[in-house]
Design a binder for this molecule. Structure first.
Ligand code: PLP
Length: 445
């Protein structure tokens, strides 16, 4: 399909010739009507054809205050006028230092050191490597195993694929991944079977296990699987009791996505490692952080020749532009959380979703927590759509016609709006989603 606008056509032509898009069957991608994003403001994106869309997945779960936010823009251009990049290898800079202090102030007491990377996978890799090295330095090299939870997603690098459980996303790479143990995720309202299985696994394997990794409260990429109240704390207590590090992967749930700034602080749980990314920069720039407990940091101290140092780093580790915009993002978000603005938006979102989709003939499941939700699409008579029908994708394509950008996960729709949407915009998100479903699914055969 050739677009009428020459700017669009030129970009589409080059894009199709040279760009390999993530998570995409490129033959399918090339067959779909193109959308070329030109600009954004608030919760909205505009394409090169002048069409405007509500950003219903917050640009892959990152956006907080909206696109083109004046405060974040100002922080970025102020830093740009000073220096765009300087390495943290042997040097320091104010944005990197100030952001670390800010993150430590948000986190539960004891998480007092910050290691920067560029994305969520990197933050998790660092936590895993630091846990492995800690146990070596502590004279317990046999503690090298990892426990993850069924359905967990922690990224697409080899370490994160190894500890995750994302089915066909990663299955073909299993031969190159190290082995990890997994315990069952909790049932919707009852965590007892999951916790009993975890306790048994830890009793059998804690002596050879370095760490457990958990996406607390909501497993995003598993389709917004919700954990019942008290589950996160119970997992933390089991880890502590069995002497296994707890890595909290708040890459998705942190920075107000579920209401509080950080889930672990809200739950009163202090993990050994805390991984942050996505909302950290308000959706502006790639930056991630791994927060570490002081005792773990201290174990790495020694002389140079003791080889206790953590040999890991990336070219853009702690990039000053990203750190400056992250600081501005957090300082703007804090009062919105403290005064209940984000919690109120989440409550409105939940109410609107329930009104629109409870009992809907094509919505077999609805899960919502904070400003995130999943709708499981299904045929009216029950059962599932054949995979080749691409029901979820069809609904998302139709949503574009209603001025809404959404991403499917199989036949589930994931709704993850920027946190800045007001009541009217949240209403638009829900109504446009409903119209896209009603336009599509009754006619899908
Ligand atoms: C919980 C969680 N951890 C880690 C990641 C990986 O982050 P990134 O895509 O920035 O590498 C994601 C990405 O969706 C995630 O949801």
């Amino acid at each position: 399909m050739t677009p009428a606008n020459p700017t669009t056509a030129a970009t589409v032509e080059v894009d199709r010739r040279h760009v390999w898009h993530p998570f995409s069957q490129m033959r399918e991608y090339a067959s779909l009507p193109p959308v070329v994003i030109a600009s954004g403001r608030g919760g909205w994106l505009t394409d090169t054809e002048g069409r405007t869309y509500l950003d219903g997945n917050a640009s892959i779960w990152t956006n907080v205050h909206g696109h083109n936010d004046p405060d974040l823009n100002a922080a970025l251009s102020d830093q740009l006028g000073r220096v765009a990049h300087a390495t943290l290898l042997g040097l320091a800079h104010a944005p990197g230092a100030d952001l670390a202090a800010e993150l430590v102030s948000l986190a539960p007491c004891g998480l007092d050191h910050v290691f920067y990377t560029d994305n969520g996978s990197g933050a998790v890799e660092v936590a895993l490597k630091q846990s492995f090295q800690f146990w070596q330095l502590a004279g317990r090299p046999e503690k090298r195993g990892v426990i993850g939870m069924a359905g967990g997603y922690h990224g697409d690098t080899f370490g994160t694929m190894a500890v995750g459980d994302s089915g066909f996303f990663h299955d073909r790479f299993r031969p190159w991944c190290f082995a990890a143990d997994h315990f069952p995720a909790p049932a919707a309202g009852d965590a007892s079977a999951s916790l009993t299985a975890l306790d048994a696994l830890l009793a059998a394997k804690a002596a050879t296990t370095a760490c457990l990794i958990l996406e607390p409260s909501v497993q995003g990429a598993a389709g917004m699987r919700l954990q019942p109240p008290g589950f996160v704390r119970a997992v933390a207590e089991l880890c502590r009791a069995h002497g296994v590090h707890l890595i909290m992967d708040e890459v998705f749930v942190g920075f107000g996505r579920l209401g509080p700034m950080l889930v672990c602080a809200d739950e009163g749980v202090t993990p050994d490692f805390l991984c942050l990314a996505k909302g950290l920069t308000g959706g502006y720039l790639p930056l991630a952080a791994t927060l570490v407990r002081g005792e773990i940091y201290d174990a790495f101290l020694g002389t140079y020749e003791s080889r206790r140092a953590f040999f890991h780093g990336h070219t853009f580790t702690g990039n000053p532009l990203a750190a400056a915009v992250a600081l501005a993002n957090i300082r703007k978000l804090r009062p919105l959380i403290d005064t209940g603005v984000i919690a109120e938006r989440a409550a409105i979102f939940g109410r609107l979703l329930a009104e629109a989709f409870a009992g809907h003939p094509h919505v077999a499941g609805l899960r919502q927590r904070g400003l995130t939700a999943a709708l499981d699409l299904a045929p009216a008579g029950g059962g599932e759509y054949p995979v080749a029908l691409r029901a979820g994708l069809q609904v998302c394509l139709r949503a574009r016609a209603h001025g809404l950008l959404l991403r499917p996960l199989g036949d589930s729709l994931l709704l993850v709006p920027p946190l800045c949407l007001d009541q009217a915009e949240l209403g638009e998100l829900v109504n446009r989603t409903r119209r896209a479903i009603d336009d599509t699914l009754p006619f899908l055969v």
